[in-house]
Write a protein that binds this ligand. Structure first.
Ligand SMILES: Cc1cc2nc3c(=O)[nH]c(=O)nc-3n(C[C@H](O)[C@H](O)[C@H](O)COP(=O)(O)O)c2cc1C
Length: 164
């Protein structure tokens, strides 16, 4: 039994719209489903650079580590360090903290991330370089489209993500 948990954070609403309007419907309509079930879970919080509001759904537990796969969907919110001029903190803190929890508490397998952004940021569009250690399965502009979602869903069948 494998559950795909789509865990997402959205500050201003675009990422949430992408997940609800395109990604979840696309996963639900997969012809050859990769998982036995789908759960979507939104992490709430006051802002991308502040901690999320802690939630602990019952099924996020080491007891379900073999059942839970996590797909993380989040917007890119880079900010420039005034001293180094480097872009930093592109992955929202609520997502960074969730990744740490999954790793430290052995809650399951993170199969990858989907990064939302805005092309007006040029070469920094969805730039999470060095800040996200899992495969990026898609880069989506604003609230994305069904085509974006279908592309991501086709990558869920990649042999590297095969269900063990
Ligand atoms: C302060 C700020 C920094 C941002 N930094 C980036 C960035 O580095 N790269 C990028 O592609 N988009 C960046 N964006 C655009 C957001 O990722 C984009 O608007 C996204 O759709 C927001 O998602 P949300 O509505 O779910 O919060 C930034 C937006 C703001 C307001």
């Amino acid at each position: 039994m494998k559950i795909l948990n789509v865990v997402y954070y959205s500050h201003l609403g675009n990422t949430g719209r992408f997940v609800r309007n395109h990604l979840v419907p696309s996963i639900t309509e997969m012809e050859a489903p990769t998982h036995n079930g789908l759960v979507s879970h939104q992490i709430f919080g006051p802002g991308p650079h502040q901690p999320g509001i802690p939630t602990k759904p019952l099924f996020f537990s080491p007891a379900y580590a073999d059942t839970n796969d996590f797909l993380l969907v989040f917007p890119c919110y880079g900010r420039t360090n005034p001293e180094t001029r480097e872009l930093e903190d592109m992955v929202p803190m609520p997502i960074r903290d969730f990744v740490k929890r999954v790793e430290n508490e052995n809650l399951g397998r993170i199969i990858g991330g989907v990064v939302c952004g805005n092309r007006t940021f040029g070469s920094d569009f969805t730039n999470v370089k060095g800040q996200f250690d899992y495969p990026v399965l898609g880069r989506v502009e604003l609230a994305g489209s069904r085509t974006d979602a279908d592309d991501i869903v086709s990558r869920l069948s990649h042999p590297a993500l095969e269900i063990r």
